[in-house]
Design a binder for this molecule. Structure first.
Ligand code: NIG
Ligand code: FE
Length: 422
């Protein structure tokens, strides 16, 4: 007789975040969280959700003996695992000294142009071995998981030269194969212009040397890379170099997912919409036309409230994007400049500083973040057939996940990936 991996029984609130009709939520996200009360959920042996419904109905349908594990969720809430659509978790050498410089008044770009910032991290990452990078990456992924993220994007981008970029991507690939958290991997060799090169030379190197090698490793199955990223910014990669690199990445089958319109208006949003980008991150300085173009192109906006907060940037116009029908997602942007692992804190900042509702923030950190990674058919909501990635929180109202600012390890009772309790 048929066996099942897990039964979550009788949750006070079970938040489905319905993404059936469309694989993402727009403005009406607020009305489509689909909250069930006194509800249960079944995960099959394949790690996918097998049934969701009223607790008494599920009780009648499945025999207790068929479950490997049963968790009583009385008085608790069940939510989809959180999805972090933007992280830089592979690097050596932190930048706590730069945090002090920024508090004393230095800007992000001043530090970058003086040879610090990304350049500082590149220097240390080049010296680290693949095993060292993997060890710290695994610790960081573990902390993300404990904060409720079950699927995260991971970028390279602190090598800039081919060898170090590949070392980073290999570390990500090894983590992907050996940890429970889901990973979408991003090649970000155009994260900065390496010292001693012009932007045009760096662009040519990426297109002529990096991408053909990536294509080869991707085809052989040695390294899975999903997305291509560029830091499109004044003094880094201009619009034309960005266009060339992203198009070349798309040509080898990568999804376009890049940094744009963060510190200066660059028309990155317009470019992304034109190239068919899956997602663009930051967007503090996006134009009105860019917002409309992204809505039309179904290009997700990945907003990073922790970075805007820590760098004291202008807040991205989340309300305007939502009203125009942009698919708004969230990411932690975990990196040595913005040391935040926690998507619950990111959702809180999105609500307080960017004026999103709690429903919108949850949709942005689940189904819409999954959409930004091209994974909303399998992740980001609790629906039959999707992967059984879930959180159980020790509260009778799900909003506590956003309302509480920090200390979520005590609120989150269980993090579950593919029906397996972590
Ligand atoms: O998303 N803006 C560019 N990239 C990162 C920062 C990386 C770094 O400073 O190390 C970001 O904020
Ligand atoms: Fe970033």
């Amino acid at each position: 007789r048929q066996r099942h991996r897990l039964l979550l029984e009788n949750a006070e609130q079970l938040v489905l975040v319905c993404g059936r009709r469309e694989p993402y939520l727009r403005r009406d996200g607020a009305n489509r969280l689909c909250l069930l009360r006194a509800a249960s959920l079944v995960v099959g042996l394949d790690g996918c959700i097998k049934a969701v419904g009223q607790a008494d109905v599920i009780r009648n349908e499945f025999s207790e003996a068929s479950f490997e594990r049963i968790i009583d969720c009385s008085g608790k809430c069940v939510l989809p695992g959180l999805v972090d659509a933007h992280t830089h978790p592979v690097w050596a050498g932190d930048r706590v000294h730069e945090f002090a410089m920024k508090l004393a008044g230095a800007s992000y770009m001043e530090i970058h142009q003086a040879g610090g910032g990304i350049h500082f991290t590149v220097e240390h990452t080049r010296k680290a071995t693949e095993d060292e990078l993997l060890a710290t990456l695994r610790q960081r992924l573990g902390r993300m998981l404990r904060a409720g993220s079950t699927l995260v994007e991971c970028k390279s981008g602190y090598g800039l030269d081919l060898d170090t970029e590949l070392k980073m991507l290999r570390a990500i690939e090894r983590a992907r194969r050996s940890t429970d958290i889901g990973i979408s991997s991003t090649y970000c060799g155009a994260h900065a212009v390496p010292k001693g090169k012009t932007a045009t030379e760096a662009t040519d190197d990426i297109i002529n040397n990096h991408l053909p090698k990536l294509k080869e490793l991707k085809l052989s199955g040695e390294i899975h890379v999903n997305n291509i990223d560029v830091f499109c910014e004044k003094g880094v990669f201009d619009l034309e170099s960005t266009r060339r690199i992203l198009q070349a990445g798309k040509d080898i089958g990568l999804q376009i997912n890049f940094h744009g319109d963060e510190l200066h208006p660059m028309k990155s949003a317009e470019l992304g919409a034109e190239l068919g980008a899956r997602a663009i991150s930051h967007l503090e300085e996006v134009s009105d036309e860019g917002i409309v173009a992204m809505a039309r192109a179904k290009c997700a906006a990945v907003l990073l409230p922790a970075t805007a907060y820590m760098l004291r940037l202008k807040q991205p116009q989340a309300r305007k994007m939502l009203e125009e029908g942009v698919i708004v997602a969230l990411g932690s942007d975990f990196n040595p400049n913005a040391y935040c692992f926690s998507m619950p804190m990111v959702m809180h900042l999105a609500c307080v500083n960017m004026k999103m509702s709690m429903n919108e923030a949850l949709a942005a950190a689940t189904i819409n973040a999954a959409y930004a990674l091209g994974k909303s058919d399998t992740h980001g909501s609790l629906e039959v057939g999707k992967q059984g990635d879930l959180l159980i929180i020790n509260s009778s109202r799900w909003e506590h996940l956003i309302y509480q600012f920090g200390g979520h390890e005590a609120l989150i009772n269980y993090v579950i990936v593919k029906g397996k309790v972590i």
